[in-house]
Design a protein around this ligand. Structure first.
Ligand SMILES: NC(=O)c1ccc[n+]([C@@H]2O[C@H](COP(=O)([O-])OP(=O)(O)OC[C@H]3O[C@@H](n4cnc5c(N)ncnc54)[C@H](O)[C@@H]3O)[C@@H](O)[C@H]2O)c1
Ligand SMILES: [Zn+2]
Ligand SMILES: [Zn+2]
Length: 347
């Protein structure tokens, strides 16, 4: 089959690889219909790769073409969406839709560490298919189905961890696809103001069209601008959806006393000085996590199908899998209005 590979920094190719095999008797093979490129893939594109590179892709919708003998609730021909993150499939956490706290090898995201191949390919092998796939519900578009595999649960987690009270002022750092999902989710909790921070004009305009106040972070001045917009008071909660050291610090310095900081951006440095004095003397709460994706579907599917959660036109480009090198380049450049790109493996 054809699969995308990131062999080295900024080196994306589409190559022929052997078809994937079942990952155990509870696994399934999916023929991929659509697969997204995520901001997390950009970390790989920028060089955060295991030796030898990897096959990326953790946002997959497709049709089951093979199931192992222990799969009970799915069958060949089912059209499914796949959780970006999986676990062992046997422990209590996995069985409750929370592979993030799986104690048996921890959470694994497809195509991010080299442990398990990703789905920017013609086929994807999924372990514990009963737990980590969901039949695409009636009335859910392919675009929304892809969003449910990763970034919508992530944005929702961003809002949940921010513990927003009605009337709160909330800042969101990063108006990429994840930040926009967080913006949609934050609106479920009745904030009085949402300050949307980024420096890409089209992204700020998109946030403004969804009811947020655009805050230009050009020059690294996002936190300063948030403080100005709140007359120095700061916000009640800040969501970080970028993944940079600077924006973690920005989120911390933009909240008022007893503020909550919710981190969904993946900070690949994973280790840097923490502004302990601010956290301590302002009595802040700081939460960071990956989304426990399957556990969010019961909440999110009705919100998406009813239209209560308005996702806007997040998917801006449908390209062929063979165009993956160009797709990565364009998503990384963030110009020409590029937002969410889906790849179609039939092309
Ligand atoms: N926790 C999870 O489960 C999870 C899941 C998916 C993605 N992520 C992470 O979320 C982050 C965002 O993903 P995405 O797909 O939206 O990526 P993206 O790269 O498209 O978006 C990042 C946005 O941040 C903006 N930005 C950069 N520097 C900034 C600054 N100083 N101030 C304000 N904004 C700034 C960029 O202009 C861009 O619009 C990534 O780190 C990704 O790894 C986490
Ligand atoms: Zn992702
Ligand atoms: Zn487990």
């Amino acid at each position: 089959m054809r699969a995308v590979t990131i062999a080295a920094e900024r080196c994306v190719e589409v190559i022929d690889v052997p078809d994937p095999r079942l990952l155990g008797p509870d696994g399934a093979i999916i023929a991929v219909e659509a697969t997204g490129i995520c901001g997390s893939d950009l970390h790989l594109y920028h060089g955060a790769l295991p030796p030898g590179g990897l096959h990326p892709g953790h946002e997959v919708v497709g049709t089951i073409v093979e199931v192992g003998p222990d799969v009970r609730e799915r069958m060949v021909g089912d059209r499914v969406l796949v959780s970006a993150v999986v676990g062992c499939g046997r422990c209590r956490a996995c069985r409750h839709g929370d592979p993030i706290t799986c104690p048996n090898g921890g959470p694994v995201a497809f195509g991010t560490t080299g442990q398990i191949d990703g789905g920017q390919a013609e086929y994807l092998s999924v372990p514990a298919a009963d737990l980590f796939t969901m039949t695409v519900p009636e009335g859910i578009s392919v675009e929304s189905a892809v969003l449910l595999t990763d970034i919508l649960p992530t944005g929702f987690l961003g809002a949940q961890m921010a513990a927003i009270e009605p009337g709160d002022t909330v800042a969101i750092f990063g108006m990429g696809p994840v930040g926009i999902m967080a913006l949609a989710a934050v609106q479920l909790y009745g904030p009085s103001r949402i300050l949307a921070v980024d420096m890409v004009p089209e992204r700020l305009a998109r946030a403004e069209a969804m009811g947020a106040e655009p805050i230009d972070a050009t020059g690294g001045l996002g936190a300063v601008a948030v403080l100005e917009a709140t007359q120095g008071a700061g916000v009640n909660a800040a969501i970080e959806a970028v993944g940079l050291r600077e924006t973690v610090t920005d989120a911390i310095s933009s909240v008022a006393a007893r503020g909550r900081i919710s981190m969904v951006g993946v900070n690949i440095e994973m280790d840097f000085p923490f502004p302990m004095a601010s956290a301590f003397f302002k009595a802040l709460s700081f939460r960071a996590a990956f989304a426990a994706i399957p556990s969010t579907w019961a909440n999110l599917v009705p919100l998406v199908s009813s239209g209560v959660l308005d996702l806007g036109d997040v998917v801006t480009h449908h390209l062929g899998l063979s165009e993956a090198p160009e797709a990565y380049e364009r998503f990384d450049r963030r110009d020409d209005g590029v937002f969410k790109i889906l790849l179609d493996p039939s092309r």
